[in-house]
Design a protein around this ligand. Structure first.
Ligand code: HXC
Length: 535
């Protein structure tokens, strides 16, 4: 027999030798038995459930279109020796790998199986991941990792570390080429934590997911600090404090549902356009609601997300990093069927001021959108950068420069909508004309200036005010003069820095028309190895 028995019984070959029926049955039985042993371990599954977690295969079923999954290397298993590991050789390894579809579009996936060596990564486990990543890169398809792992498989020593290195190298090579999504559904310890950090988006589930480089035992041994797994690296920590998690969910079902939603808005690779829907007539949409969302008083808070909901089709959008750096909102949505990335200052949190974390959050989002051809709509209502020693000493200049860099570099269609105020450096950074926005729209109530009237008058008329017999009256007069001359959108519009001053109710139609106008924008970038982002 020249073809393997397993190929024959799987029907992988057209070659069908005249085998006696009995032999064929035996081969089939042997394969079924191997497959059973590879995919099921009742005790391990019971334990996984007791931890409130689904199995790797159940998760893939929830994530992918029905019956779309094709598995690779099911039978690959570890070849390690020593530390008694050779006595324990399941007929597979702790990761289920392959490909399927989401809303009919191809994705590559791997799901770590905590029931096998705690989902830890050894040589065979890593090789399977390398293979799906290579296939995803070769076919230009997103890669989705479902992580549930104790990190490097201790018994495999440096081979496990080598396996991680191979994943990281592939992730970086694929960055900006195919979307990469990490979903943390259990522990993601040690090396397992870097992979989500290198992904474009990271999802976590409250209560069961934790990410850290060194676990609580090591923390206690090194520093004496006692901390639980969740306190160290739970979903709330990464969703609200560190910013490592882009999305946090209460359960695996809603989490995987949102992964599907995200994928439905992303192109499969950097050469494709984002998946568009049919236009819905937004170019003629008049919405008086816009004006009632934004108070005229410059310092009165409102929720920028209400404005975003009014701007996008069906009021639907997907907010990224909802719980972290909430003074800026970043979200995907559709306007007249076309996918857009939106960056909006959030007046409801710290008056929408830009700070270190907001700059990092928005910069990474802008860079993602630019890498994958997603047009940017920036909704500006910003009093400036947050002043103070805490920010300055922590490097707000360096971090603010990240956002500046990201916008300056972006070649996708860019539309700026100044809805209320834009002051100083924050005006420049929030996609102003000077750094390359294609279309700048402003509402008539706008304040665009170097600084607010009060501060400006104090600086430029300090001597006059000090010498005046009636400084209050003089101040009032100067404030009125400053506001009249400089603090309105027409000063910028007359000088070509604002393309149009629009009625707020036309915001959606003006943006939709702008997107249509810019749809075919192409701007080649100069030949260079890469720029030097202020990391
Ligand atoms: C081998 C591991 C393992 C690992 C867990 N297991 N982690 N086996 N290598 N890294 C095995 C356990 O021995 C156990 O096997 C099974 O998985 C389940 O683990 P439990 O500890 O019983 O589960 P639980 O109580 O839920 O705790 C899960 C855990 C804990 C928090 C992940 O296992 C843990 O702390 N593991 C070590 C985490 C860690 O420090 N990893 C970093 C490795 S260094 P049995 O047979 O008993 O069921 C690293 C550096 C790479 O990754 C750097 C690259 C840049």
């Amino acid at each position: 027999m020249t073809t393997s028995g397993i190929d024959q019984v799987n029907g992988h070959s057209d070659f069908r030798p005249e085998l006696p029926i009995r032999t064929m049955d035996l081969l089939r039985e042997r394969n079924d038995d191997l497959r059973d042993r590879a995919v099921s371990n009742a005790e391990a599954v019971r334990r996984q459930r007791s931890l409130g977690k689904r199995t790797a295969r159940e998760r893939l079923e929830m994530l992918l279109d029905k019956d779309s999954f094709t598995e690779i290397e099911l039978y690959r298993r570890h070849q390690a020796h020593g530390l008694k590991v050779s006595e324990h050789r399941p007929h597979t390894d702790g990761v289920v790998a392959g490909s399927g579809t989401i809303e009919g579009r191809r994705v590559f996936v791997y799901a770590q199986d905590f029931t096998i060596f705690g989902g830890s990564l050894g040589q065979a486990h890593a090789a399977k991941i390398h293979k799906v990543m290579d296939m995803a890169i070769d076919t230009g398809s997103p890669v989705i990792a479902l992580n549930d792992s104790g990190g490097a498989r201790i018994q495999e020593g440096v081979m496990a570390l080598d396996g991680y290195g191979g994943i990281f190298r592939r992730q970086v090579a694929a960055s900006g080429v195919i979307p990469q999504i990490a979903v943390v559904l259990g522990p993601s310890a040690g090396g397992a934590a870097y992979s989500p950090a290198l992904a474009d988006f990271t999802f976590m589930v409250r209560g069961t997911a934790q990410m850290y480089l060194t676990g609580p035992d090591v923390v206690q041994a090194v520093s004496g600090e006692k901390v639980t797994h969740d306190e160290l690296g739970g979903a709330s920590v990464h969703g609200e404090l560190s910013g490592v998690a882009s999305f946090v969910h209460d359960d695996e079902e809603s989490c995987l549902e949102d992964v599907r939603y995200l994928v439905s808005m992303l192109p499969s690779n950097n050469l494709e356009s984002p998946p568009a829907h049919e236009p819905v007539g937004a170019v003629d949409d008049v919405r008086p609601e816009f004006a009632s969302i934004v108070p005229v008083e410059p310092n009165k808070p409102y929720d920028m997300r209400t404005l975003i909901a009014e701007l996008v089709d069906d009021g639907e959008f997907l907010e990224v990093h909802e719980g972290w750096a909430r003074n800026v909102v970043v979200a995907f949505g559709r306007i007249d069927g076309a996918v857009v990335g939106m960056v909006g200052n959030q007046p409801m949190v710290f008056a929408g001021v830009l700070d270190i974390e907001a700059s990092q959050k928005a910069a990474r989002f802008v860079r993602f959108c630019d890498a994958f051809g997603i047009p940017l709509v920036s909704l500006v209502d910003v009093p400036g950068f947050l002043p103070g020693t805490a920010q300055e000493h922590a490097g707000v200049i360096r971090h603010g420069a990240k956002l500046l860099y990201a916008y300056c570099e972006a070649t996708v269609p860019r539309i700026q909508v100044i809805v209320r105020k834009a002051y100083g450096g924050a005006y420049i950074v929030m996609d102003s004309r000077s750094i390359g926005t294609d279309l700048s729209l402003a509402w008539p109530t706008n304040e665009i200036a170097v600084m607010g009237a009060e501060g400006a008058v104090n600086v430029i008329f300090r001597k006059e005010l000090a010498a005046s017999a009636d400084p209050d009256a003089l101040r009032a007069e100067l404030l009125a003069e400053y506001s009249e001359q400089l603090v309105h959108p027409y000063y910028a519009a007359e000088r070509g820095l604002v393309d149009d001053v629009i009625d707020p109710s036309h915001t959606r139609s003006a943006v939709a028309r702008g997107l249509a106008m810019l749809r075919d924008k192409r701007r080649p970038t100069p030949a260079r190895k890469h720029g030097n982002v202020p990391l």
